[in-house]
Ligand binder design. Structure first.
Ligand SMILES: [Zn+2]
Length: 270
């Protein structure tokens, strides 16, 4: 008959196996953050296309009355980012980083400071994990390529024209301006110009008057630039009614937008 000591020696590896499996299992924070690593200095961030709910957690109610409280989804922006990654891989052999929040905005808004975007401690873990992944992408890109561009991708049903660009008055693209000149952000090789050339209505291009674009994420973009002077950040707001709501519209827009971004990235980041 085996002694207790022998039994322990036999059982211990099995116990260890189960414990290790349990520890390696996906945490809720992992589950709600989609992270596709990249191989080029472009990061696509999708904060508002989440559809999942957090079991046992109530929807946000904004008890402190913060301004710009929103719970609506930016439909299909995650699909756009995934299609862009596939497009870049096909055209260049390289992939942009993609970071997507999969938890619905009813529970979390990662496009706000944590105290504004989260009302529950479990959800706060998801918020922090999302930012950890964004930092991972940013640090990896800067370390490998010495520069980087983050596109914060949103859409809205309220915009009149096709696509709006937010850069905090170009403060969020300061590294680009310093490196490539004042005209780099909005000039001949810009994403804006490429889209305008394809017939899209872009404020400030062709016959479309300049107008106040998105402001919500501009400050968020600026926080990235403040933390690392090598990263540029541009907020993209797409007219979802015109470009994101049917499969045909999404397919055409994904193609045109990817081509416009590729032209800009090849000029200034590759
Ligand atoms: Zn949004």
């Amino acid at each position: 008959m085996p002694t207790t000591g022998n039994m322990t020696r036999k059982i211990a590896p099995i116990l260890f196996f189960y414990l290790a499996s349990a520890l390696a299992a996906e945490t809720p924070a992992d589950k709600y953050v989609e992270y596709l690593p990249g191989t080029m200095p472009l990061i696509l961030e999708v904060p508002h296309d989440g559809t999942e709910s957090y079991p046992g957690v109530a929807e946000r109610t904004n008890p402190k009355g913060f301004p710009a409280f929103r719970k609506g989804r930016d439909t299909n922006t995650a699909e756009l980012a995934r299609r862009m990654q596939a497009f870049f891989l096909e055209k260049t052999g390289k992939k942009p980083y993609v970071v997507v929040m999969k938890l619905a905005r009813k529970y979390i808004d990662v496009n706000r400071e944590e105290e504004r975007g989260v009302e529950n401690e479990k959800v706060a873990q998801v918020y922090r994990h999302y930012y950890a992944k964004l930092h991972e992408a940013k640090n990896d890109a800067i370390q490998r390529f010495g520069k980087g561009l983050m596109l914060n991708i949103h859409n809205s049903t309220t915009w009149q024209h096709d696509v709006y660009f937010g850069s905090g008055g170009m403060k969020a693209v300061k590294p680009l301006i310093q490196r490539a000149g004042f005209n780099a952000y909005g000039g001949e090789f810009s994403i804006q110009q490429a889209l305008a050339d394809k017939g899209y209505e872009i404020p400030g291009y062709k016959n479309i008057p300049q107008e106040q674009g998105p402001t919500g994420n501009v400050n968020r973009a600026l926080t990235w630039v403040d933390k690392d002077s090598k990263l540029d950040a541009i907020e993209i707001e797409i007219n979802s009614k015109k470009h994101m709501e049917t499969p045909e519209n999404l397919e055409k827009f994904a193609q045109d937008f990817s081509e416009a971004v590729l032209k800009f990235v090849q000029r200034y980041y590759l």
